[in-house]
Design a protein around this ligand. Structure first.
Ligand SMILES: [Zn+2]
Length: 929
């Protein structure tokens, strides 16, 4: 319970917005603060807080003053302005300068680096607590690390003993989305207040818990946004707001908050490593989008693998904050009704996924006149006791007041109920472990000998990044219903992160009657990566001979039959390193098999690489050997060149096109290419306008756009409000211009761009249109007999996994795939209508049978069944290849990369798959298909 002497009582008794405003206007509330604690108040800072707050009820007694302590700098002492001052955003280096100055001045603060960003900025955790706790931080971390493992702390009594010595650690992150700036600003004043304020609430927090603050978890984007703000956006109103800065991270924009499954980006890796280093039991990520403060608790359906105490703690803390801030007279604080709690891919999910608690805020962001209208105007509901105002003049300082008051309220609850939260944390680990001991499946096995060992290794490494324990079979395993060879990977479920293993490897079943999901409904890793996983329901698996896997694994490359005289052969197997292997062997003639075949006693897929020895240089043996080792491939040397139809695997020049309105759409494509070291040119609207494309590229990939029609894609960003909008580096704005730059990001490729793309294809180029980009060639008549299917509003599949059906198994695009690969599809992907005469051009479709959803949800399944997924349309001398799904989905859909890589590897032989090519000249077509 809060102390009765708390200053809160002075304000909170019988408070209304009106009486609070009187208190503040008449005799400042903060004078009560200083009287209560006897601590001096920084009068100037305090006056500026009041000035920057647009209405008195947007201030709470927690933030209505700032204490003054000799020798400890306030944010204003270092920055020259208060946190939340009008027209001010703070560059990342200046935030770090303040945090370091604070740490230098008080033993209650220390700054820890947690790893660098792609652009070299240091990410940090700022620890704030008592001097004693900061000094002994390692001991406190170790206590929670013990509590995290029920095999170490086995009983309630043992847990209680540790909890008596422990302090809860609470990690506050923010500014993940670079346009959501308040958390970064707030971090400085919050750290200061927690470090020095002698009033009851901050003092209780300091003495009973350890707060970790990361001012920005996307520092590269933070500085880009800050430059953009000072260059273009300092005085905006809602109607005059120009487009946002085009890049945040190197590859991701908003999806930096969807990376906690595969943990692909540097920033996410730093975050998950910091989570295990500092052992917070709560992670809170502060976002901005809706008025005035929304606290996450989720509408449900909640993720089925989350312990019941995760979701009840979400609600418990949320209601505490709603009640506390509402009692201060702050309007518009609410919970529920915004997000579901289903997907495990958000940054804060690092906590929920690992038996801790992950949560977030959404506040109203920047300073401006705001008018809520229509559906955006929140009503009074049981979960929204005092709705936000319909019309308001908002300020950054209001945003800071709301965030900081709620942050401290949440900290205070945890500080005063620390045993409760620590005990639940321990119990969740125990529950997860015991479920693994007592409920099937008892393990998942990734059998050795799969066709694509590279993706098997990739998936194992994701599990290891998640700290899921993985073992390797040291001999063959035989259990009821299955046997597995030596070398198989085994995920035993008797471990603390059993629930997460189940979450990532198992199937998702999103409830039929649930509200629309907030994000993906299905993400099953084995399906996404085309990796076989077997659920074992026999407890005998616990007796199998296993060795723990402690380091990241690699597919083991092997050269079978060195010094071959006929050929070296690499199976296709949809292995993502096949294209890199071709590139490394660029000096050699390499052939693609046009059908499956046998050689050297082995079976090979269509699309396998054959490198004839007799025409090759003497060093071929050494070169194929190093490719095998480096890329994890099995290369088989044979005595004779196999007899199978082949074509040459030429190496094309590849370009990846990006819009300026959705730079992470190509970001995920670029990420895949960069990871595999596949070179490409990054092109934008200006390159398409210039033309001459066929002279520079052989394959152009149009990454997906943010939706809209073909015309929207062609028009690009609206230049209406300002003239040229340059995203370029300058002496004044040195953070702009990477990873691509433009003197004007507005406007699109225009009709000239469309025309040049058409010329490119007619001259022999291959145009790959991904996801929404299929609208461009369709809407502008670059292809015939294909249209956009007008889906009903019943069709509903927000990110699910479906059974595919290879229609034309001889087509190069599906080389190496089995009959029924999995396809990830999200709601926003267009579907196609295909004229009968072009049915032969469908390479892959969604299976035409019942129950095609393998994980997630679909409604109105009949509309998806049998619809085309990939269509190859010859145009002139070239091809336009339409993908109605996105094969580069958030570093998860590794099983689908090879469709694009096969297209690249066989770019000038795609016709090999179309036995009776239907071309645009084939107008009379009718009879044959
Ligand atoms: Zn956000």
């Amino acid at each position: 319970m809060p102390s009765r002497k708390s200053h809160i009582q002075i304000i909170a008794v019988g408070v209304t917005a009106f009486t609070l405003s009187l208190l503040i206007k008449a005799g400042p509330a903060w004078s009560a603060q200083s009287e209560q604690s006897g601590q001096a108040v920084d009068e100037e800072y305090t006056r500026l807080i009041e000035e920057a707050t647009t209405e008195p009820e947007f201030l709470s007694p927690l933030t209505s003053y700032l204490p003054q302590v000799d020798g400890v700098p306030t944010p204003k002492d270092v920055l020259g302005y208060i946190v939340g001052a009008p027209g001010k955003l703070t560059y990342y280096a200046d935030i770090l300068e303040y945090m370091n100055a604070l740490a230098k001045a008080t033993p209650n603060v220390e700054v820890f680096p947690i790893g660098k960003t792609p652009e070299g900025r240091e990410m940090v955790v700022v620890a704030v607590s008592s001097g004693e706790a900061i000094k002994n931080l390692d001991d406190y971390k170790a206590l929670i690390a013990k509590l995290a493992d029920p095999r170490v702390v086995k009983s309630e009594e043992e847990a209680d003993e540790i909890i008596a010595q422990a302090k809860p650690i609470y990690w506050l992150t923010g500014n993940l989305h670079s346009g959501e700036t308040g958390a970064a600003e707030n971090s400085m004043e919050l750290a200061y207040r927690l470090a020095v304020d002698e009033n009851h609430i901050p003092k209780t927090i300091r003495e009973n818990m350890i707060v970790l603050i990361s001012p920005s978890v996307e520092p590269d984007g933070h500085d880009k946004h800050t430059d953009w703000f000072y260059k273009y956006n300092t005085e905006v109103t809602e109607t005059d707001q120009i487009t946002r800065v085009p890049y945040w991270g190197r590859y991701t924009f908003h999806d930096n908050n969807r990376d906690m499954i595969s943990v692909s980006q540097f920033e996410t890796q730093n975050e998950i490593n910091a989570f295990f280093e500092f052992r917070p039991i709560i992670v809170q990520d502060n976002h901005e989008s809706i008025p005035f403060l929304h606290v996450s608790s989720g509408t449900g359906p909640y993720n089925r693998t989350y312990d019941p105490s995760v979701t009840s703690e979400w609600n418990l803390i949320a209601w505490w904050e709603v009640t506390q801030l509402t009692s201060y007279g702050m309007p518009g604080v609410w919970t529920h009704g915004f997000w579901d709690g289903w997907a495990p891919n958000y940054l804060f999910a690092v906590a929920n996924n690992h038996n801790a608690l992950g949560r977030f805020y959404e506040t109203f962001g920047n300073s401006m006149e705001r008018e809520l209208s229509g559906g955006r105007r929140p009503s009074k509901e049981w979960y929204r006791p005092v709705p936000p105002y319909e019309k308001v003049t908002w300020s950054m300082r209001n945003n800071v007041n709301y965030q900081q008051s709620a942050d401290m309220s949440a900290f205070y609850l945890v500080a005063t109920k620390k045993d409760f939260f620590l005990k639940n944390f321990w119990r969740r680990g125990r529950n997860s472990y015991e479920a693994g001991l007592n409920e099937p499946p008892y393990a998942y096995v990734l059998p050795a000998g799969q066709k694509d060992p590279v993706d098997v290794a990739y998936m194992v490494n994701i599990l290891l990044k998640q700290r899921i324990e993985v073992h390797k079979a040291t001999s063959s395993i035989s259990v009821e219903g299955a046997s597995f060879p030596e070398g198989s990977y085994v995920v035993r479920m008797d471990q603390p992160y059993r629930n997460l293993a189940l979450n990532l490897i198992g199937k998702q079943e999103y409830p039929e009657d649930a509200p629309r999901s907030y994000d993906d409904t299905g993400w099953t890793l084995g399906l996404q990566m085309d990796v076989e996983t077997v659920a074992v329901e026999d407890k005998a698996i616990f007796q199998a001979a296993l060795a723990p896997v402690s380091e990241p694994v690699e597919a083991e490359g092997v050269l079978v039959g060195a010094q071959a005289t006929g050929a070296y052969i690499v199976n296709n197997g949809t292995i993502n390193t096949l294209l890199p292997a071709r590139l490394k062997l660029k000096g050699y003639e390499v052939l693609a098999a046009e059908s499956s075949f046998e050689a050297g006693g082995r079976k090979f897929d269509a699309g396998s690489m054959i490198i004839p020895v007799d025409r090759a240089a003497a060093r071929i043996h050494q070169d194929v050997s190093s490719v095998a080792t480096e890329l994890g491939l099995e290369v088989v040397g044979t005595a004779a060149v196999p007899t199978v139809e082949t074509h040459e695997m030429d190496i094309p020049r590849v370009a990846i096109f990006h819009t300026w309105s959705s730079t992470q759409a190509d970001g995920w494509v670029r990420f895949a290419f960069d990871q595999l070291e596949i070179p490409f040119a990054m092109i934008d609207k200006d390159h398409l306008r210039e033309g001459n494309l066929a002279n520079e590229y052989d394959v152009i990939i149009l990454s997906t756009s943010r939706g809209g029609s073909g015309a929207d894609i062609v028009k690009g960003i609206d230049p209406e409000h300002r003239g040229p909008l340059a995203f370029v580096r300058s002496d004044q704005f040195k953070h702009l211009g990477v990873p691509d730059s433009s003197e004007d990001i507005t406007g699109g490729m225009g009709i000239d761009g469309v025309s040049n793309l058409q010329k490119f294809v007619e001259a022999g180029g291959v145009l790959i249109a991904l996801h929404n980009m299929v609208r461009l060639p369709i809407d502008f008549g670059m292809v015939r007999d294909v249209g956009i299917y007008d889906a009903s509003s019943e069709l509903y599949n927000p990110g699910s996994l479906f059974k595919g059906d290879v229609v034309n198994e001889k087509h190069p695009i599906v080389y190496g795939y089995g009959k029924n690969p999995t396809i990830y599809r999200s709601q926003s992907g267009p579907l196609l209508t295909i004229d009968e005469r072009k049915e032969g051009n469908v390479v892959l479709r969604f299976a035409d049978e019942d129950d095609i959803c393998l994980s997630g949800i679909i409604k109105s399944e009949g509309e998806l069944k049998g619809k085309a997924a990939i269509v190859d349309l010859p145009v002139g001398k070239g091809h336009i290849v339409l993908f109605t799904f996105n094969p580069f989905w958030r570093d998860l859909s590794h099983g689908a990369y090879q469709y694009v890589f096969n297209t690249i590897l066989n770019y000038n032989d795609l016709g090999a798959g179309i036995s009776t090519p239907a071309t645009d000249e084939d107008m009379e077509g009718g009879g044959s298909k």
